[in-house]
Design a protein around this ligand. Structure first.
Ligand code: ATP
Ligand code: MG
Length: 264
């Protein structure tokens, strides 16, 4: 069996006296798609910010592709891409200029830039809009460009913090088709957060965090089986005590959740 690409061990982040991330240990394997789920404020973004070198852990270790992320941040940066919750593309540049800028900042050789930009713009179906200013793009188009930007350097793993937030069903489906294509073409791993729990049905493994602690890590099928749940909504509701969208669960599912909780 291949070893893990990413190893997170006993990761802690304190803000003042408050522990936002409280001893998280987790592995991600090459080519794996992992959904990192949790209620608002659970510590998802903080965890991703530490793994992607944006903030320093209070304690714990992070190894990516054998590189110590905390001590060798520059070497680690070559191995991952990241797309954050906040927009990172420049709205006053065109789609092409944004990707060009990113390629330059990340040291992609000039000879490869043009081809890579074109490949990425084709992937996210923005090739026809390449010379338009990003400020003229819809929200969905901007998200697709952000996604392309994160993949420009062909990272071993792409971190996506709520890549489908606020997108309509068709746009979300597009993002997922890109994720699946990139994984099968390049063996890229994905570490992503989402509040749309049906998206967690299609990943390899799910990790659930609540109040800074990991409370479950398993395949979607394994989680549903061990909690007697029919959907990830039910699993989430059972484990965290509050559904993300429990108003959308039908009565039969809610009854199953309540029965399961009483048994524990
Ligand atoms: N720079 C900071 N200073 C103080 N507290 C912070 C800071 N960043 C995050 N926190 C706190 O840490 C906790 C975890 O926040 P985080 O953004 O990681 O949650 P999240 O799981 O990403 O939530 P969401 O689903 O809403 O995006 C929250 O209570 C938040 O207020
Ligand atoms: Mg967040």
């Amino acid at each position: 069996m291949v070893g893990p690409l990413l190893v997170v061990k006993d990761l802690v982040k304190e803000f003042g006296g408050f522990r936002a991330v409280d001893g998280v240990s987790l592995e991600l394997f090459p080519g794996e798609i992992l959904a990192f789920l949790g209620p608002n404020g659970a510590g998802k973004t903080t965890t991703i910010a530490m793994i992607t070198t944006l903030i320093k852990p209070t304690s714990g270790a992070i190894t990516l592709g054998g590189v110590d992320v905390v001590r060798q941040a520059e070497a680690a940066k070559a191995l991952f891409g990241v797309v954050f919750q906040e927009a990172a593309v420049d709205r006053d540049l065109t789609a092409r200029e944004n990707l060009w800028l990113h390629a330059v900042l990340y040291g992609l050789p000039r000879s490869e830039r043009e081809e890579r930009i074109e490949e990425m713009l084709r992937l996210v179906e923005l090739i026809d809009r390449r010379d338009d200013l990003v400020r003229t793009f819809s929200g969905g188009m901007q998200r697709r460009l952000e996604f392309a930007r994160g993949l420009m350097t062909r990272p071993r793993v792409l971190f996506l913090d709520e890549p489908t937030l606020g997108l309509d069903v068709q746009s979300r489906e597009r993002i997922w088709s890109y994720i699946e294509r990139i994984r099968s073409d390049y063996g890229t791993a994905f570490f992503l957060t989402t509040h749309y729990l049906e998206e967690a049905e299609r990943v390899d493994r799910v990790a659930i965090i609540d109040h800074g602690r990991l409370i479950a890590v398993d395949t979607p099928g394994g989680l549903k089986a061990s909690h007697g749940a029919a959907s990830m909504d039910e699993v989430f509701l059972t484990l965290t005590g509050h559904g993300i969208r429990d108003e959308q669960l039908d009565a039969a599912s809610l009854q199953r959740v309540f029965r399961h909780r009483r048994k524990q």
